[in-house]
Design a protein around this ligand. Structure first.
Ligand SMILES: NC(=O)c1ccc[n+]([C@@H]2O[C@H](COP(=O)([O-])OP(=O)(O)OC[C@H]3O[C@@H](n4cnc5c(N)ncnc54)[C@H](OP(=O)(O)O)[C@@H]3O)[C@@H](O)[C@H]2O)c1
Length: 288
């Protein structure tokens, strides 16, 4: 009985907070199209895994700020849909299929970007997978390899392969999508979380190495953002309540709320920032 009353009160409180937050968000998304922010005018960006969710939102924001953006993901139909959508908004984008785990696709991604847009200034490495749930030490070697291959090794390879183009840019930068789970592992997706912690290390190590070439390397660490990828964390009412309780702002994030921080890191406003990670989590705890 008491438990039910607390739950009803919590649900009403959460709903009220959500309504307020939704209105704030509506206001900010309405005004965002009015803001004339051209920080990325003249720059060229690649965003991997950019046909949906966070990658799509990042690509859109970079393009809204003036960048020419190469869209990519594994499925041609998704690439076409995303490119058509962004072009219909008057944004300068092109697209190509790129499964980040395929060397030939990555090669084509850089070649097409050079051919279509003349070079590269910004690489956003955003693709990741989390194909299994369960305790870390009950997982198989194959699952471990698959997650580390796509999430960590392919990020390293994309960075390495982007260098010939980035070294020709006047203000090159790399941004890697890590996760709040890289700071505090999520239950049952431990290996995914560990791979995201590894990316924090990759950012720090390479930022130091690439500073001599003028290439800045930074990261973003989203909290729980409403996308297909994170559905299990908010689909049921119970999961949603737990997720919402874990952040100070008492709501989940939306993909569009990731784009602004990424655009900032890619822009000259962040010209003295390297080796850093911006946590975009509505206040979820983020200590290693
Ligand atoms: N959502 C969250 O709460 C959250 C939180 C923290 C971090 N992140 C990170 O944010 C990034 C994007 O996640 P999301 O939530 O936006 O996912 P999402 O909405 O499910 O979108 C996934 C995107 O990745 C593409 N993709 C999947 N595997 C790929 C591969 N091997 N190569 C290239 N593209 C691939 C998909 O298109 P195709 O199917 O056409 O390939 C799709 O465009 C990931 O790095 C994830 O770890 C997400």
């Amino acid at each position: 009985m008491i438990h039910n009353t607390i739950r009803i009160r919590f649900t009403s409180f959460t709903m009220l907070r959500m309504a307020i937050n939704q209105n704030i968000r509506k206001l900010s998304s309405n005004t965002s199209c009015l803001i004339k922010c051209n920080r990325l005018e003249g720059k060229v960006a690649i965003v991997t895994a950019s046909t949906e969710g966070i990658g799509f939102a990042i690509a859109k924001r970079l393009a809204q700020e003036g960048a020419k953006v190469m869209i990519s993901s594994r499925k041609e139909s998704n690439v076409k849909k995303a490119v058509d959508k962004l072009k219909s908004e008057g944004l300068q984008v092109a697209g190509t299929v790129c499964h980040v785990g395929k060397a030939e696709d990555r090669k084509n991604l850089f070649e097409k970007t050079k051919k279509d847009f003349g070079g590269l200034d910004i690489l956003v490495s955003n693709a990741a997978i989390s194909p299994a749930v369960g305790p870390v030490l009950e997982s198989t070697e194959q699952i471990w390899d698959k997650i580390f291959d796509i999430n960590v090794k392919c990020t390293f390879l994309l960075m390495k392969e982007s260098l010939p183009l980035l070294k020709c840019s006047n203000s090159p930068s790399i941004i890697i999508t890590s996760s709040i789970a890289g700071y505090q592992p999520f239950n049952l997706i431990g290996i995914y979380s560990i791979s995201k912690t590894a990316l924090l290390g990759l950012i720090k190590a390479t930022a130091d190495e690439l500073a001599n070439d003028g290439i800045r390397v930074n990261g973003i660490a989203p909290g729980i953002i409403k996308t297909k990828f994170s559905k299990a964390l908010y689909e049921s009412e119970e999961a949603h309540d737990i997720a919402v309780m874990s952040c100070s702002m008492k709501r989940l994030g939306m993909p569009d709320e990731i784009g602004g921080a990424t655009a900032f890191l890619a822009s000259d406003d962040a010209s003295y920032i390297t080796g850093e990670i911006i946590i975009i989590s509505g206040g979820m705890k983020s200590r290693l």
